[in-house]
Design a protein around this ligand. Structure first.
Ligand SMILES: *[C@@H]1O[C@H](CO)[C@@H](O)[C@H](O)[C@H]1NC(C)=O
Ligand SMILES: *[C@@H]1O[C@H](CO)[C@@H](O)[C@H](O)[C@H]1NC(C)=O
Ligand SMILES: *[C@@H]1O[C@H](CO)[C@@H](O)[C@H](O)[C@H]1NC(C)=O
Length: 471
């Protein structure tokens, strides 16, 4: 088939991209079955300037022409956490914001004011929405990805999926989109677009953003030639612990926040994508790329937290654990220098006193995650009936708890967050806009700045433990 005939076909399909297409196809003799986008990617692969791929991707980002949506099929359903409507903005507490325990009325009132009046519209995630875990095939496609993406888009020229946030034309001007490097793979791959690979925080993000989705698609991987894309060795280690063989993992390393990649499959190959969908078949809403509300639209964490106990059971089964019933209160310590509580020993003492006074049979276990090997960590967390810990990566281990485990999270008061490096909205919690509602019992207690450093409110912590014992 002559090249120019083919170019005409593409023009009729792709309309506004006609000039670009013509330029490319008159330079390269394209295969009739392969798509134009891939021709560009292949040119990059063959050492020519990346500008054409980028130009195409940027056109796609800017494009107002509707691409065809992918055909999603549902693997799992997640019914709403509760069947109730939002009767007032203050109903956000216990829904998009966790319930705070305090014996101090002004602390409670400040929190209520924040959740009801200052930030009621912060989170757009909602545990009352029925969700699904879906997959769809994208043939000959490419997807953008990075350690901590602000927008994720997959396309093959005819079909497009906005996997995270939207651009409204602003993306092509973002430095990230100017520096995309192309990775071409000659494999059928499975991509979990919600994966985050923040350097130094790979472990906790594997727990919150990767494991549950990988668990959901595991049946598809079995007996197929597909490879699941991972971005760091620790992700591979955790996935293997639930029984995914290393031959079915494809490591495309991301080692810096500045790395922005375009992952493409070669012609004839399929990229299977995973999403958190709504029961009506639509995508849950995402914010604009430039919206400053962080974590506000992390929809995948809602089913992710609900699958935590299943994932944990799978890991325990695969490791062949022999276990007794969970009988511990586990106090997760922060053994790193960052954000350590000045009164952590007193907090452990305060919890001990409540357990002793209540003549409870629970034993108190303290541990420093990260200092133990992964399976040892899973074993300890699976002993927990209640997990107590300061907000942060170590507490992400709550996702490895057994069904029925309670959580008491120590979160910073708005004053305690001031000047802390990183992105900290007031009262930042692992609840994440509703994900924490997966736990039957979940309370937060404040720590506040003091002269010697951040200190947890001890009476409030004791009150929270008492509430858990009574629950
Ligand atoms: C309540 O807590 C605030 C903030 O820690 C403190 O300033 C205030 O004195 C407390 N009020 C009471 C009655 O303990
Ligand atoms: C894009 O992917 C869809 C879904 O797999 C497929 O039907 C379509 O033919 C692909 N388009 C191109 C140009 O390969
Ligand atoms: C988890 O426990 C709750 C009761 O606390 C129960 O209703 C639910 O079915 C359990 N889920 C699983 C997956 O066992």
């Amino acid at each position: 088939m002559p090249c120019h005939k083919l170019a005409m076909d593409f023009v009729s399909v792709l309309g506004i991209l006609a000039t670009l297409i013509f330029r490319v196809s008159s330079e390269t003799c394209v295969e009739p079955t392969s798509d134009f986008f891939l021709q560009l990617a292949l040119k990059v692969d063959a050492d020519s300037p990346v500008s054409q791929t980028l130009q195409f991707f940027q056109e796609q980002l800017r494009s107002t022409v509707l691409s065809t949506a992918l055909q999603w099929s549902t693997l799992r359903h997640f019914p709403p956490r509760w069947q109730r409507g939002l009767d007032s903005k203050c109903a956000n507490i216990g829904r998009r914001f966790p319930a705070l325990v305090s014996q101090n009325l002004s602390v409670l009132e400040a929190y209520r004011h924040y959740a009801c009046h200052v930030a009621p519209d912060y989170f757009i995630t909602d545990p009352d929405v029925a969700l699904t875990a879906d997959v769809a095939a994208l043939e000959n496609g490419c997807i953008s990805f990075s350690a901590k993406p602000t927008v994720v888009m997959a396309t093959n020229g005819t079909h497009r999926y906005d996997a995270y946030r939207h651009c409204s034309g602003s993306c092509p001007d973002d430095p990230a989109w100017q520096e995309l490097s192309v990775e071409m793979v000659d494999e059928d791959i499975l991509v979990l677009p919600s994966t985050r690979t923040i350097p130094g925080m790979e472990y906790q993000h594997a727990l919150t953003d990767l494991l549950a989705q990988a668990w959901t698609v595991l049946p598809l991987l079995r007996g197929s030639n597909m490879k699941l894309v991972i971005y760091s060795p620790i992700q591979g280690q955790l996935l293997q612990s639930m029984g995914i063989p290393s031959e079915q993992l494809l490591d495309i390393p991301i080692t810096s926040l500045e790395a922005h990649k375009l992952l493409c499959v070669k012609p004839g190959r399929t990229m299977t994508l995973c999403r958190t969908g709504r029961v009506d078949g639509a995508d849950p809403p995402f914010l604009e790329r430039t919206d400053p509300r962080i974590y506000a639209d992390f929809w995948w964490r809602l089913p992710g937290y609900r699958l935590g106990p299943e994932v944990s059971d799978a890991i325990a089964r695969y490791a062949g654990f022999t276990e007794s019933r969970p009988d511990s209160v586990v106090f997760v310590q922060r053994c790193s220098e960052r954000r350590q509580l000045a009164n952590e020993p007193e907090a452990v003492g305060a919890v001990t006193r409540v357990l002793v006074e209540a003549k409870s049979d629970f034993q108190l276990l303290t541990f420093c995650p990260g200092r133990e090997d992964f399976l040892e960590q899973v074993r300890k967390v699976r002993q927990a009936r209640l997990i107590i810990g300061e907000h942060g990566g170590a507490l992400a281990n709550m996702l490895l708890a057994q069904n029925g485990t309670g959580i008491i999270e120590l979160v910073g008061s708005p004053e305690a967050q001031i000047g802390v490096p990183g992105q900290f909205p007031p009262y930042k919690s692992m609840w994440y806009g509703g994900a924490g509602a997966a736990f039957a019992f979940y309370r937060v207690v404040l720590y506040e700045p003091t002269l010697v450093g951040p200190a947890v409110r001890l009476e409030d912590l004791q009150e929270a433990v008492q509430q858990w014992l009574r629950a």
